[in-house]
Design a protein around this ligand. Sequence first.
Ligand SMILES: [Zn+2]
Length: 109
Amino acid sequence: MRQKKRGQRYDKGPHRFNRFLGNCPVCDKKFTTSSTSLLEERGEMRTLYVECAKCDTSVVLGVMRNAPGIVTTVGMLTDMRREDIDRMKDFPPLTFDDVLEVHRYLESS
Ligand SMILES: [Zn+2]
């Protein structure tokens, strides 16, 4: 098991998440905020759902702001669909235990 963290600048604006989303683990297409839904925001952790516009792969991303200016992103493949989001009122957020189990990390190129 291997953990990888990426320290990145955290800025504001509508596209502030773009740089944290990484690439599709299947086809390597860059994710964009336009294909992203915010599932939950809790403290410094945001849980995002992303659908690849190219191959339709679904990924759940945990974006953690560890310190001012430092953001860590982890991603997991999921079979959840966008239409499921509205039905999931108690969607469990990623926890640090989940993070330890994640083997796939999205890399920005
Ligand atoms: Zn893809």
